[in-house]
Design a protein around this ligand. Structure first.
Ligand SMILES: NC(=O)c1ccc[n+]([C@@H]2O[C@H](COP(=O)([O-])OP(=O)(O)OC[C@H]3O[C@@H](n4cnc5c(N)ncnc54)[C@H](O)[C@@H]3O)[C@@H](O)[C@H]2O)c1
Length: 359
C-alpha cells in the first residue's frame, strides 16, 4: 500500500495543461488517457511518423492479419483519445515554428517529451534520423520552454534504462554511473544532459524517467514481449538465445503510467529536478516470458539459439527512490500483467483473422 494514495493526486493535476510531444505512441496515448481521466487538460503533438497508421497501411510485405491487427490497435488508440477528450495536433517537433504554434495555442504548464525512434535496433539502422527525432525535437522543446519558465513548471524527458549500459551487478539505482552503448542509448544520455543543463542554466523544472522493457495493450513496437505472443499465434518459433537466460525488468504499461502520473503530480516546483527508474523492479528471464506464452498458447514452439556475443547484460532497476519520493507501487508481475496482455492479444489477433479473411 503506497504512502501517497493515488486518489489524492487528482486535485494536483486538475489545473494542469500537459503537452505530450510524441504522445500518439504506445506510452503517450496511455499516459494521455490517464492524465485526462484524472482531470488534467491534455494535448498530444505527434507527426505520426513512427509505429503509425501510415506505416501500417503501406508496407507492401506485411501479412494481412498483422496489418489488420495493428491498424485496429491504432484506430482504437484514436477513438479512446477522442472519447477521453484528449486534443491531438499533427505536427513535426523537428520544426520549431510548427511546434511553437502548438505551444502558443495550448499554453502548457507541463511538457512530456517522448518523440524518438523508440528502439535501439531501429535507431542503429538510421542513426541520423534517430538523432534528429530524439534530440532536434528536444532542442526545440527546451527552446520553447526556456522563455516560459514562470508558466511551465516541469519538463519530463522519457529516457531509457539503456543509459546504464551493461549492468555490473544484479541491480542498478539512479546513482550508477551511466555507460551507454550505441546510438539510441547515447542520444538518450545526451538528452538527459541537455535537460539538466537547461535546469542549471535557466531554472527549468525537470524530471528524467528511465523505463525498461514495456509491454501492454495496443503496442505495435514489436519488442520481444509482443513478438513472442505473435509468433506463438502464427506458428513461428520463440527464439531463446543462450537458453533464454537473459534478464530484463519487464514492466506493464499501467505501472509505468502510474509512476509518470505520480512524478507529474508531485513535482516540487519550477526549479526542482529528479531522475527515476520506473519499472516493475524485478528482472525476469526471457525463458520466464516464454513460459507465460506457452501456458496460454500450448502449441507455441520454443527454440534455443546460441547467445549473441554483443548481447547487452541487463537486470533489475532499483525503484527504491520512486517508492520513497513518489509512493510508486507497481502492481503487475509477469504472471498477472503479461498473462493479461497475452490473453488480450489472442482475442485481438483472432478478431483480425476474421476481418482479414472477410476482406
Ligand atoms: N516502450 C519502451 O519499452 C520504452 C522503454 C524505454 C524508453 N522508451 C522511450 O519512451 C518514449 C515513447 O516510447 P513508445 O514506446 O511510446 O514509442 P512509440 O514509437 O510508440 O512512440 C513514439 C512517438 O513519437 C512520435 N514522433 C517521432 N518523431 C516525431 C517528431 N519529429 N515529431 C512529433 N512526433 C514524433 C512517433 O510518431 C510516435 O507516435 C520514447 O522516447 C522511447 O525511447 C520506451
Amino acid at each position: 500500500m503506497s504512502h501517497i494514495p493515488y486518489d489524492s493526486l487528482g486535485p494536483k493535476l486538475a489545473d494542469q495543461r500537459i503537452m505530450l510531444i510524441g504522445g500518439a505512441g504506445f506510452i503517450g496515448h496511455n499516459l494521455a488517457l490517464e492524465l485526462a481521466r484524472m482531470g488534467a487538460t491534455v494535448m498530444i503533438v505527434d507527426n505520426l511518423m513512427v509505429n503509425s497508421l501510415i506505416e501500417n497501411s503501406f508496407v507492401e510485405e506485411q501479412d494481412p492479419v498483422q496489418r489488420t491487427a495493428y491498424r485496429n490497435f491504432l484506430n482504437e488508440r484514436f477513438s479512446l483519445l477522442r472519447s477521453g477528450h484528449v486534443q491531438l495536433r499533427n505536427a513535426d517537433a523537428r520544426l520549431l515554428a510548427d511546434l511553437g504554434r502548438c505551444f502558443e495555442e495550448f499554453d502548457p504548464t507541463k511538457v512530456v517529451h517522448m518523440a524518438a525512434i523508440a528502439s535501439a535496433v531501429d535507431a542503429k539502422k538510421e542513426p541520423g534520423l534517430a538523432f534528429d527525432l530524439q534530440l532536434i525535437t528536444l532542442r526545440n522543446t527546451l527552446e520553447l520552454v526556456r522563455p516560459k519558465t514562470d508558466r511551465i513548471n516541469q519538463v519530463m524527458f522519457m529516457s531509457s534504462s539503456t543509459v546504464y549500459g551493461d549492468f555490473e551487478g544484479d541491480s542498478v539505482d539512479e546513482r550508477a554511473f551511466p555507460r551507454p552503448e550505441g546510438i539510441y542509448a547515447n542520444a538518450k544520455f545526451m538528452g538527459e544532459r541537455l535537460i539538466r543543463t537547461y535546469r542549471t542554466q535557466y531554472g527549468l523544472g525537470t524530471t528524467v524517467i528511465r523505463p525498461s522493457a514495456l509491454y501492454g495493450e495496443r503496442c505495435i513496437s514489436r519488442r520481444v514481449s509482443q513478438m513472442f505472443i505473435e509468433n506463438a499465434l502464427t506458428g513461428k518459433p520463440l527464439l531463446l538465445e543462450g537458453g533464454g537466460d537473459g534478464r530484463l525488468d519487464f514492466t506493464y504499461i499501467r505501472d509505468l503510467v502510474q509512476g509518470q502520473v505520480r512524478a507529474l503530480a508531485l513535482h516540487d516546483g519550477p526549479d526542482a529536478s529528479n531522475t527515476f527508474n520506473l519499472t516493475f523492479g524485478n528482472a525476469r528471464t526471457i525463458a520466464d516470458l516464454a513460459a507465460v506464452v506457452k501456458s496460454i498458447v500450448p502449441e507455441a514452439i520454443l527454440e534455443e539459439r546460441p547467445r549473441a556475443v554483443d548481447k547487452p547484460v541487463r537486470g533489475t532497476l532499483s525503484i527504491e527512490r520512486a517508492q520513497s519520493v513518489l509512493g510508486f507501487e507497481p502492481e503487475y508481475g509477469l504472471e498477472d500483467g503479461y498473462r493479461q496482455y497475452c490473453e488480450w492479444y489472442v482475442d485481438a489477433w483472432r478478431r483480425a483473422q476474421r476481418e482479414a479473411n472477410l476482406a
